[in-house]
Structure formats: C-alpha cells, structure tokens
Design a protein around this ligand. Structure first.
Ligand SMILES: [Fe+2]
Length: 164
C-alpha cells in the first residue's frame, strides 16, 4: 500500500476514535441537560445517534481501503478534558461548559473531515471524499445548532440559577 493511502487510513482512524470518545462525552452532556434544558437534551440525544452512524461509516471506509480499525487513541477526550479544565468550575454551570466544549468539538470535527476529504481527493478515493463531505455537513449542522443554543441557554441559566 502506498504511503499516501496509509496516511489517509491513519487519519480515518483518528476520526474513528474521535467519534467514539464523542459518544461518551455527548451522553454525559445529555444527562447534564436533562433537568432544565429538555430541548437541548433532545438535540444531544439525536446527535448521539448521528455520531454512532458516523463512526460506523468511517469504520466501513477504513476496511474498504484495506486498513484495520485501531481506535485506541483518545484524541478528543484529551482535547475536551483540556478545554473543560480551562474553564472555571462553578458547580451548576456544567450545561454552559458543555456547550462551549461542544462548539469546540464540532469545529474540530469539521476541520478533521475537511482534511480527510482533501486527502481522499488527492489519493483518488471518491467514495471516501463523499463520506467525508456527508459527515462534514452533519457536523456543520450540529455546530449551527450549538451556536444557536448558546445565547438563549446562557440567559435561561442566569435567570434560573444565579440570583441577581
Ligand atoms: Fe461526529
């Protein structure tokens, strides 16, 4: 196998482990939103299903290209951990922190799939290009949802939980 294809497979594996660590994170986020933000919880649960399907598509593509799924790296878990670690810890504001981390995560995913689509195009794997673009659109959709949720959720959070 040539080295460019191997590199593409490595990046697909990074995306695969990224999606997997995101599933865990999203489940935690949905639980945090349950009490006060049911609409946000519903959107997060929907994105869990989308993320699982993405992981499967990426896995299928790795195998079609002749690679094997490794998926041991916790790239996103580390990134999410460091983002959340940067934020001040106010017990009740987890929902807000989650939205900040979620926004960062979606944009990291957007960058990853853009990179994969460009690499797949260069290598001549049109099916991989299509997959990356499909997932890219889903991530852009979720980034927009989080973007739209952020301001109203902050306002609602302040009114509900922080005394004037
Ligand atoms: Fe994703």
């Amino acid at each position: 196998m040539d080295q460019q294809r191997e590199t593409l497979i490595t990046w697909l594996n990074d995306a695969y482990s990224m999606e997997h660590s995101i599933i865990d994170t999203l489940e935690g986020m949905a639980a945090d939103a349950e009490e006060d933000f049911p609409e946000l919880q519903r959107l997060l649960n929907q994105h869990i299903e989308t993320t699982k399907a993405q992981a499967e598509r990426v896995k299928g593509e790795i195998e079609r290209l002749g690679g094997t799924v490794s998926g041991t790296k916790k790239v996103m878990a580390d990134i999410m951990g460091s983002i959340q670690g940067l934020l001040p810890d106010l017990a009740k504001d987890k929902v807000i922190k989650n939205l900040l981390a979620g926004f960062a995560t979606e944009n990291m995913e957007i960058a990853s799939y853009k990179a994969i689509a460009a690499a797949a195009e260069e290598v001549g794997e049109t099916q991989t290009v299509q997959m990356a673009r499909d997932i890219l659109n889903e991530e852009r959709g979720m980034a927009k949802i989080i973007d739209a949720q952020l301001e109203p959720t902050v306002v609602e959070f302040l009114r509900r939980h922080i005394n004037e």
